[in-house]
Design a protein around this ligand. Structure first.
Ligand SMILES: NC(=O)c1ccc[n+]([C@@H]2O[C@H](COP(=O)([O-])OP(=O)(O)OC[C@H]3O[C@@H](n4cnc5c(N)ncnc54)[C@H](O)[C@@H]3O)[C@@H](O)[C@H]2O)c1
Ligand SMILES: O=c1ccn([C@@H]2O[C@H](COP(=O)(O)OP(=O)(O)O[C@H]3O[C@H](CO)[C@@H](O)[C@H](O)[C@H]3O)[C@@H](O)[C@H]2O)c(=O)[nH]1
Length: 329
């Protein structure tokens, strides 16, 4: 039986993808250092607590579990934090990922799906953003992810590695059955913070910037349901197994929502007031990030199924109501 290695499988997007791959009949092994992830979110019995830079551990996992492909989520992933701690991001993401890729190829794994991001585009001149748009990141997080994409291309030249980078826009929502969801500590993402405000855990939600060049002045993002992201990863793995060419794909819906639209929708869905406070722009934040999604639709057959704003907020609300303190650990 061949196995998929998922790094960061105890994290938000990783845990949903692990579950989806297992439901599809794959054997899945998770490697996660639990820095931001949760043991309780890991639904496979094959779980190693460790770091992606531990070459000996990667070798052990690959051989013991007969790993044929990897999905690489493990990373530091906060735009705002990366502006304050650039070294942490460049060391933690680029160097460690390069070591991980090296360990994979040295142990015979030649297929990898990588968590990239809309942040590689920086301040796009044209929206919606196509994969052919210039990649000019405006924060250290985006630089670190672009470096890894470029190193994957290099590893293809050097070792014949086949790769797909999924440049996701903003992940949102939780499992429809409420079993797993988003639990970051501290939380910095908009939708969970809005829902914590609805629960009364916060007094108000800060709106970062009211003077962007957008219809209501607040920043616009293309939110995608975490279960749709899981499906995109499964498709990317299949494409690589089928011998499809390496490359980068946007994963979004092609539709953006402003910060105020998200808050308004959350008020409607929760029936709670959700007070807001105007705050300055957050450093490193572009005004609008919305994906052009033709490439992934045409080449991987992917179309988001659960990513209307209502479904994303409703599933996240169910998760937050049942797990107001996140995972019990
Ligand atoms: N959340 C989003 O909206 C979003 C959007 C675009 C891209 N991404 C990318 O998707 C991936 C997952 O994001 P997430 O929101 O699920 O984050 P997360 O923090 O919930 O998950 C990351 C997981 O990786 C683990 N990890 C981190 N560094 C590690 C290391 N060196 N060795 C082993 N494990 C390590 C953490 O413990 C955690 O479980 C990240 O690569 C992120 O950059 C996220
Ligand atoms: O309290 C808050 C938190 C966020 N925002 C705004 O809401 C939007 C979304 O912010 P957030 O949920 O923090 O996500 P992003 O900073 O857009 O980053 C996410 O989406 C990126 C891709 O677009 C990924 O690369 C990152 O890993 C992921 O954290 C941004 O305009 C923020 O300025 C607020 O106004 N108030």
């Amino acid at each position: 039986m061949s196995t998929i290695l998922v790094t960061g499988g105890a994290g938000y997007i990783g845990s949903h993808t692990v579950r989806h791959l297992m439901e599809q009949g794959h054997e899945v092994v998770v490697l996660d250092n639990l820095r931001t992830g949760h043991r309780a979110a890991v639904l496979t019995p094959h779980f190693y607590v460790g770091d992606i830079s531990d070459a000996a551990l990667i070798a052990e996992i690959v051989h013991k579990h007969k790993v044929v492909a990897a999905v690489h989520f493990a990373a530091l992933s906060l735009v705002g934090e990366s502006m304050k701690l650039p070294t942490k991001y460049l060391e933690g993401n680029t160097i460690k990922s390069q070591q991980f890729i090296q360990a994979l190829v040295e142990n015979g794994v030649r297929r990898i799906v990588f968590s990239s991001t809309a942040a590689v585009y920086g301040m796009p001149a044209v929206v919606p953003i196509s994969e052919r748009s210039p990649t000019l990141p405006i924060n250290p997080y985006g630089i670190s992810k672009l470096f890894i994409e470029q190193y994957l291309q290099m590893a293809q030249t050097l070792y014949g590695l086949k790769w797909i980078a999924l440049r996701y826009f903003n992940a949102a929502g939780a499992a429809q059955d409420g079993r797993i969801g988003e639990a970051h500590d501290p939380e910095t993402h908009l939708i969970p913070l809005v829902l914590q405000t609805a629960l009364g855990q916060r007094n108000s939600i800060s709106v970062f910037g009211q003077d962007y060049d957008t219809p209501d002045g607040t920043a616009v993002r293309d939110y995608i349901h975490v279960e749709d992201l899981a499906d995109a990863h499964a498709r990317a793995l299949q494409a690589l197994a089928d011998g499809k060419a390496s490359g980068a794909y946007n994963v979004g819906t092609g539709r953006g929502y402003s910060v105020l639209e998200v808050i308004e929708a959350a008020r409607r869905i929760t029936g709670r007031p959700i007070p807001l406070t105007n705050a300055p722009r957050r450093e490193g934040d572009p005004a609008v990030l919305v994906a052009q999604v033709d490439r992934i639709r045409t080449e991987l057959g992917f179309v988001a199924q659960h990513s209307d704003l209502e479904s994303m907020i409703a599933s996240a609300w169910k998760w937050h109501q049942h797990h107001p303190e996140g995972y019990e650990e």
